[in-house]
Write a protein that binds this ligand. Structure first.
Ligand code: ZN
Ligand code: ZN
Length: 146
């Protein structure tokens, strides 16, 4: 599997408890789609703000999906101001260098206000599990096909 940005081989790595394919050259990472079905809402009940956290701003990029070479599309996840690219054929997501660490820092700062006491790292794992589910990909696709 090659990096969509610099074409070097990606290495399987664990970052913040998540399995990613990591690029040693640009330090970005590829997250594969999980074959998860619709996830129960209460599992991801982080309060009302979470529910309003839909995706904004989306655009095509010139980066190719490491699995199917379709052009990745960029979007922003409002809740954490997280910028990601995704494959329109549901293969996964691309994250730039330290994007995950940045979001984790944000989550740590917010830990105190959460109704349910979840550690930031567990929340990040849950967030990504949610984003890698089939339902979330469908949501993204709808957004691009409007
Ligand atoms: Zn790279
Ligand atoms: Zn793909």
């Amino acid at each position: 599997m090659k990096c969509p940005k610099c074409s070097v081989d990606l290495l399987p790595t664990i970052r913040h408890k998540i399995k990613v394919n990591y690029c040693q050259s640009c330090k970005g990472m590829w997250l594969e789609h999980d074959e998860l079905e619709e996830l129960e809402d209460e599992v991801f009940d982080f309060g009302d703000r979470w529910k309003g956290s839909l995706v904004i701003g989306s655009a095509a990029t010139s980066h190719k999906c490491p699995e199917c070479t379709a052009l990745l599309q960029r979007f922003r996840y409002r809740f954490y101001n997280l910028e990601m690219e995704f494959c329109p054929n549901q293969h996964g997501y691309w994250l730039d260098e330290d994007e995950d660490t940045k979001v984790l820092e944000l989550m740590k700062r917010e830990e105190a206000d959460l109704q349910r006491k979840l550690l930031a790292e567990d929340k990040w794992t849950a967030t990504l599990a949610h984003m890698r589910s089939r339902s979330f990909f469908s949501k993204l696709r709808d957004l691009f096909h409007k």
